[in-house]
Design a protein around this ligand. Sequence first.
Ligand code: CTP
Ligand code: MG
Length: 235
Amino acid sequence: ERHWCVVPAAGTGQRFGGVVPKQYLQVAGRTILRHTLDALLGHPLIAGVVVVLAAGDPHWPDEADAHGKPAFDKPVLTAIGGDSRAASVLSGLERLPADVGDADLVLVHDAARPNLALSDLDALIAAVRANPQQGGILGAPVRDTLKRAGEKRSIAATEAREQLWRAFTPQMFARGALSSALRSVRSKGEAITDEAMAMELQGAHPLLVEGREDNLKITTPADLVHFEFLLGRRA
Ligand code: CTP
Ligand code: MG
């Protein structure tokens, strides 16, 4: 059994800045988005991908081959995103092929996380297959000491970090449960920042699967430099 993955790529990269959205910046001859798709599609347990694009995205056609066909050896479908990441993911879920059932486990992975390791995908898929109702996400324990800011940026308190994790993607859930959680979020106007949070609002407690710290999300130009460094070391 293999799994589909939804890849939200409809953001405008406001924190990164610049004219071209960050997922279309070139690193070592490939766009960030292409690095991300190649990492996912290179895993034997991934069946195909739905890439969620901004309406009128002028850059996606450049990922095609000389014949105008997307140059991938597994199915790559596209959907049109919304004005929040959650809306984009829901749109992608609606575009999944008809043979993906409600109980089937699907993944969601940010286009802006190009340094995904096959071993992390292995770990997440294995953990969630063993607990399909619960679902799960990749993450890592917080390493820094955490301060709560008070008046005028003075420290109000030091927070206990033992139970705190950073949330990464991929995140993996049953397709039907995730769709209905995201529809509930939409109808209530709730603001969420990942799929797990939508599930949590339904009372779920998804698994935390410890992943590599270098599963970085490209948010600012410094992250791009970091990714270039990691790629250089891999080569
Ligand atoms: N995303 C999306 N649809 C949106 C917003 C974000 O598909 N309406 C995607 C982004 O393209 C990215 C992923 O969700 O791959 C994670 O979002 P983030 O890193 O926040 O990207 P942006 O929203 O583009 O960046 P920013 O928040 O700085 O504007
Ligand atoms: Mg954003």
